[in-house]
Design a protein. Sequence first.
Length: 94
Amino acid sequence: MTALPLPSDLGIEHVTDLQAVLREHLDDAGPLSLTGDRVERVHTAGLQILHDFVRERAQKGHSTVVTLAPPGLADAARQLALACSLGVDAPSAA
């Protein structure tokens, strides 16, 4: 599984940058792990970008999960009902 580290700030003012980084990996073959251990700040818009990316890759037949999600990221994903799609509640996500 290829690992792609997420930035520390998933705030709304950084979603354009996040989207640009993720777009570069949209067609990567094989499973992709978005490592969240550096994430310190989360915003709904950042989680929506992650969800869209995971969904688009799934449509192409590529697996993508968020791993090493800190509590703030995991809690925000749960509150927005995105924990399952992002994989933050999977055993390997902690």
